[in-house]
Design a protein around this ligand. Sequence first.
Ligand code: PNS
Length: 183
Amino acid sequence: MAPKARVPVRPAPGIEFGYVNTVKAIYPGSFDPVTNGHLDLITRGSKIFDHLVVGILQNSAKNPLFTVAERVEMLTEALAGFKNVSVASFEGLLVDFAHEQSAQAIMRGIRAISDYEYELQMALMNRRLRPDLETIFLMPDGKYSFVSSRLVKEVFTLGGSIEGLVPQFVIDRLKARMPNGHH
Ligand code: PNS
């Protein structure tokens, strides 16, 4: 392949010449457990952002099925192939975590219009807390528009198939967690 031509670039006003602007984004959530919808979004985000940090919320008030350590493990396994995606957990305000991480953006997924109201509320509250942090919404593939961690857990607990909705190792962990279930 011929080498790429070096094109002189005139920087945008306010941007110093010779510097490249990189964007780091946080993708926050409960991920209890990670679904193929989350992974679809992470794949999309990893192509747009220079670095994406999956931020797992440590929140016992939500009564999670998996511990934070288990969720970190599952996401780390699922994301092993991504060079620019890392996994971390956080407690407290998301905007503070984003600041600690020197991130410029928050990425969130919107599946349907029903997600929008809650997401808009959070985005505007986060903007009020930190005006320079942008929330960016991406849409997952339509085939995941009905998939949520909550429904995955409910369907699995009641004996329904969740094949294709979560990675196989999540199914294995759910089976190990609920050996007396319908499976
Ligand atoms: O996967 P979820 O449960 O929809 O994710 C919700 C999450 C983690 C994005 C939200 O609960 C959050 O940001 N929590 C951290 C505490 C915080 O900053 N709250 C104010 C949000 S406006």
